[in-house]
Design a protein around this ligand. Sequence first.
Ligand code: AP5
Length: 210
Amino acid sequence: MSLVLFGPPGAGKGTQSALLVERLNMQQISTGDLLRNSIKKQTDLGKLAQSYMDKGELVPDQVVIDMVNEVLKTGQDNIIFDGFPRTVAQAKALDDLLVQKNLSLRKAIFIKVPNKVLINRLSGRRVCSSCGAVFHIESKPTKVADKCDNCGGNVIQRNDDKVEVIENRLKVYDEFTSPLKNFYLAAGKYIEIEGELPTEEVYSKIKKVL
Ligand code: AP5
């Protein structure tokens, strides 16, 4: 019962994935998190990825596809693909990987949120530099200023959550990722969910689809 969660930056893919992992024991594959881990370790892949991510550009398709191929195990079930695929080329590659690894995709869920809400969510987002927990300065503040509620780590703003980079990420999304809607409609897997609702309501809608 694997699924793709897609939508613009700030739609709530990471937030919903965390709930699905915690409550339904699903396994999250987030290409954004994998890339940020590589940056943290300063691997060659991380250095390459950083040059794209800091500008809000997409990391080249083949780099991301190879990375997913490495972590995806044959027969693995209950996966949430978070932020992958992000281009039609990646979606086709995912279809091939699923066949090769004897896996199947149940649905591709699009989380729909208007741009003005996205800008507020992204510019106010803060993340824990240790465990990756996600907060928001207005809607989900930390209990102690700049300290993670879960692990006490330092809570910071992502480089790509600066306003000028956010604008480019939204443009890149419109150009390269929004065509996935037609791709998954044609495959009979597309489901659209209203993402402007409170987190728990969005979660209930996703759970119903599952
Ligand atoms: P990635 O990390 O995947 O970023 P993104 O897709 O831009 O998504 P975000 O993490 O910004 O948002 P989200 O939808 O997860 O929202 P969240 O739950 O955090 O990718 C980063 C970069 O890596 C890309 O720009 C690209 O360079 C590269 N990359 C990654 N994957 C790639 C790929 N496949 N191909 C090529 N390049 C790739 O929520 C946001 C905020 O809103 C939080 O503060 C949260 O608390 C709040 N919030 C969430 N839901 C709600 C709600 N319902 N109500 C109120 N507030 C909410």
